[in-house]
Design a protein. Sequence first.
Length: 671
Amino acid sequence: MAGNTHSSLSARAQSTERDMKRYHRWRILVEDIEPAVQGGRFPIKREVGDILEVHATIVHEGHDVWAADLLFRPRGQQEWFRVPMRSINPGLDRWSASFPLEEVTTYYYTFEAWPDRYATWLEKVRARHGAGEDVGADWAEGQRLVSRLLRRARSLKEKEVLRQVARLLQRVEDVERTLAELGNETVLLAARRCADKAEVYRHEPALAVVVDRVQARFATWYELFPRSQTPDPARSGTFLDVIARLDDLRDLGFDVIYLPPIHPIGRTHRKGKNGTLVAGPDDPGSPWAIGNESGGHYSIEPSLGTLEDFRRLVQEARQRGMEIALDFAIQCSPDHPYVRQHPEWFYRYPDGSIRYAENPPKKYHDIYPLDFETADWPALWREMQAILEYWIAQGVEVFRVDNPHTKPLGFWAWLIESIKQKYPRVIFLAEAFTRPAVMKALAKVGFTQSYTYFTWRNTRQELESYFRELMETDMVEYFRGHLFANTPDILPVYLQKGGRPAFKIRYILAGTLSSLCGIYSGYELCENVPLREGSEEYLDSEKYQIRVRDWQKPGHIRDFIRAVNRARKQHPALQLYRNLRFHDSTDEHILCYSKATPDFRDAVIVVVNLDPHRVHDGVVRLHLEHLGLAPQQTYRVHDELTGQTWTWRGAENYVRLDPQQEPAHLLVVQR
């Protein structure tokens, strides 16, 4: 019994000593890291060419001088680059440093901190000398400290600097001069680099920043159905017809042309005009019902042209500074080859029938969703990866992903990471109009851009509240909000009821609240007839039929869209995402906000009348610090929409906006 007791006590003592050793080295706490998402659990997002400035609170005991480095490295490189951190608020232990994001890749960054023994010694000697005390005994301590640093020196330069310090300390004649030489930046840096590694604390795990190309932050999208680009309603449009429209779309200011699925369309349960359950013999069906006897996700709908035609479209777009974006829809028609080749990839009811897609109250009898709970999920995941790689090989670098919120987060985290490791330029847009937490989660696990609730935010209070959430919380670090003014699925009531002014209002909001915006074709013609009262579906929806349009139809807003897009291209402030600032106005229908570059060389003020039916006027009250303007400063503002220029003074200025003329000002500040 006694032996067992002794053994138990001994084990507890050893355990206690291990714990003591662990806590003995715990001298520092790194917290409140900015920017970071949930303390670094998920990456932040930036664009190539940015400078990432990092802040952290580094807490330690006592009054010793501490040093800290910011460490960073791009993916694939093992060695860390170092940047000395500076103490920006010693009283609050706040530190900062920055590094350039020079590659389209993922960078990792972390921190090291340690007690700077040399700087601490030097500070104490200066303090005692300043107080009139004798510091003769301190030189010997300094010699011993420098001797230790020398033993850890790695470079010839460090050794030479420290040897010179050692010689200075052997015979001190002029204390003031010696202290000045000992505090030289070269000496301090050499001593810093020779710190005792046993005392260095490294923050783990490292944080990450996904660096995308600039088009991930700034792009202007135009969605079109290739089959509707035909001039002849008797035949389907083709990729060659899309090529014929590229110059016009470029002139309007669009740089990404987004195509709904271009694959063969299923025949079983094909939907007819306006989504009827029975299709006529000439009805082309919904492009989202993917797959028939001509193939599936690797194939092209024959009526659109050939693979060579598609490659030519991609090349023609690229020559004009434009890109082709494809829809990645993970679903199949009942005729898709997967249904025969991989029956295990679909959910089956007890009677053997396959479950079709639903988005209550909508039912999609022409679509089978893939079952991500299948036992054969590894093969399913790899097949989705292979599909993306196939289209990337055809020159596509942008994908709009249909309904990503109906697939597992882990799948997206793996798929996007695996693709971006090989193809870092690829951009993924999440089409997810779903619960806020799910939309945020999709962005956190890797989606480059995200659809938003902008489509249903109409009042000043709604817009300000929502965009403050997007731009003034940690969402701004990982969620790039892409503002579509309409989609083939969504004809907002605001557009149905507001007429031509409403289309102008919503486009200038989309084009200036965010650096990412887009429209679905027909918007420029102010198409606004719903399927029925209370519906957001279009009458004669292009999802189910070919629509031939007259692009010069009277009442269009092409010139307005061109002007907004031209301003977006010309003004760097409108190409940034994280710089939105709201201002005040005396009229609740007038929304005022601004965007400026960090140096204020480019600053734009946008004032919008949100009421498409009535004239509104009032005083806007600007927060001048967001524009780089001084109180009572006189400055000019030039309207990019009308060409008019006004002289303003100070924070308060009068505006009047008639929606039947122009419902907004897009004002460039001229100093």
